[in-house]
Write a protein that binds this ligand. Sequence first.
Ligand code: CMP
Length: 226
Amino acid sequence: MDQDVLRHAPLFSELDDESMTAMLAMMDRTVLKRGEVLFHEGDSADRLYAVVDGKVKLSRVSAGGQDSLLAILGPGQVFGELSLFDPGQRSSTVTAVTDQVELASLSHDDLLVWLDGRPSVTRGLLALLSGRLRRANDVIGDLVFADAPRRVAKALLDLAERFGQETEEGVHVRHDLTQEELAQLVGAARETVNKALADFAAKGWVKLESRGVIITDMERIVRRAG
Ligand code: CMP
């Protein structure tokens, strides 16, 4: 397991070596292949996970039976904290979207004991929850008030922030999502999202790839998202 990813994960980066070693000793490793489900929405919950390698999607089935994507998480990001502080069922389904996903996990019971006397990690978990609530509020607001191209531009920026790599052509964002999954993340019909992307591409703001995009004019995308 690549321990460096965990050592640099925002949640654990404040820990001293001794605490980190204790945490790593309690962790289990799980490997998933693309399309494999770690757990389903509604399952009972007893572990917190951190992504070590690859990406996962967090999804929910809406009342109409359609999938919506809450988030895509990659290396260093943590999930499974909602059921830690509010015990009950998993609030989303977690599925691997890259060929291979490696996860490190910790039982909620072990974590709660371990958190005693480590306020920096507790504060980190609160910051994580607050950030997720803020983002969820933004998404709700955008679903009501923002047009689909704006939501597409915002989703590209969010993915670029975490997965983007600077290249000569622009920021290369390998999101590993199918067109359908990208549409589920944006919360619009696949045709609508494809049309927005094709329009951005025609204007020279992005170059489209299979499961990725190169943002060639970041300024325009930022303006479209604003
Ligand atoms: P839990 O409910 O234990 O299992 C599913 C996890 O998905 C949940 O904890 C959170 O870690 C994560 N999750 C749920 N909703 C969101 C969201 N809106 N944004 C990011 N992560 C989320």
